[in-house]
Design a protein around this ligand. Structure first.
Ligand SMILES: [Zn+2]
Length: 294
């Protein structure tokens, strides 16, 4: 177990209990979230260390959600296709490039890298899950490496580095931030998406919020605390966007964790309501996408 005696971002000793959450996804074990009263950062306390975290990922569902059956599976796959296209457009717009060199850290099943590769980008993936790496190579013909090889990549060789919902899983996010700085070309950009612990849905669902996802998610950022993290890591935030479709999936899953028999319908309805609210305040969005430069 990893115990944090001080705040991982600001080193303050003023940390106290925030929420008790259950691993609804896999083990049913309970974990505590703590919050720093100096900087507001929320993190999972007493979480498994690198060596012991494997059992919390022992589900094929985690590597790829595409085994969902029925109407929710169809909607999931449809929303994934929409999001993949949106990500491609976002990267072209932000980098100002039609093609370039892209590194995706936590590339999972490889769907995103495949879209980028087919659009002419020179792509590399980093993925910890061996099955997912193998699938990416066999299904899409991608180049996907294990995380230990990240530091062997040539410095200043990427126009864009993406992390779609992965930074919150890393035992040492500062180590990754320093690798990102090393690997980005001058003028290059890093795009990092993650759940927002100040979102409408996080506040509504409390301990049932699916994006707490303990103990896989170790860090529960909002825009304020991610700005502080980035400053400490030596990266500059140059933009913040919302990811509009995540809210429906997170709301359905959170309703399911609350044992709601109508989780599908109530998840869609609540997702719609929360989406409407975030039209007026993106900082209340379920997930946020940060643009970072060195
Ligand atoms: Zn703090």
């Amino acid at each position: 177990m990893v115990h944090h005696g001080t705040c991982p971002i600001c080193d303050s000793g003023n940390i106290s209990h925030y929420l008790r959450c259950r691993d609804h996804f896999l083990t049913g074990e309970d974990f505590n979230l703590e919050k720093c009263s100096s900087c507001g950062f929320i993190f999972t306390q007493d979480h498994p260390d690198e060596e012991n975290s494997g059992k919390y990922y022992e589900s094929d569902k985690y590597a790829s959600h595409n085994d969902n059956k029925g109407i929710s599976g169809i909607l999931y796959n449809l929303s994934r296709e929409i999001m993949l296209r949106k990500k491609l457009r976002l990267i072209r717009k932000i980098t100002g490039l039609r093609t370039g060199r892209l590194l995706d850290i936590g590339s999972g099943s490889g769907h995103f890298l495949s879209v980028m590769k087919n659009s002419g980008w020179d792509t590399t993936g980093i993925e910890i899950n061996e099955k997912a790496r193998k699938r990416s190579v066999e299904k899409f013909g991608l180049k996907v490496l294990e995380p230990g090889l990240l530091n062997a990549l040539e410095q200043e060789s990427f126009d864009c580095i993406t992390l779609w919902h992965v930074l919150e899983h890393f035992q040492d996010p500062f180590k990754y931030a320093s690798e990102i700085k090393r690997l980005l070309r001058p003028g290059g950009i890093c795009i990092a998406a993650m759940p927002n612990s100040s979102s409408c849905d996080a506040l509504h669902f409390g301990p049932f919020w699916a994006a707490y996802d303990v103990p896989r998610h170790l860090w529960h950022f909002n825009s304020d605390t991610f700005i502080k993290f980035s400053a400490k890591a030596g990266l500059k935030i140059t933009g913040i966007h919302s990811l509009p479709l995540d809210i429906f999936y997170i709301s359905m899953l959170s309703e399911k964790y609350k044992a709601s028999k109508t989780h599908f319908i109530s998840g869609i309805l609540k997702g719609g309501l929360f989406s409407f609210r975030t039209l007026f305040n993106k900082y209340k969005s379920s997930s946020l996408v940060y643009l970072l430069r060195k």
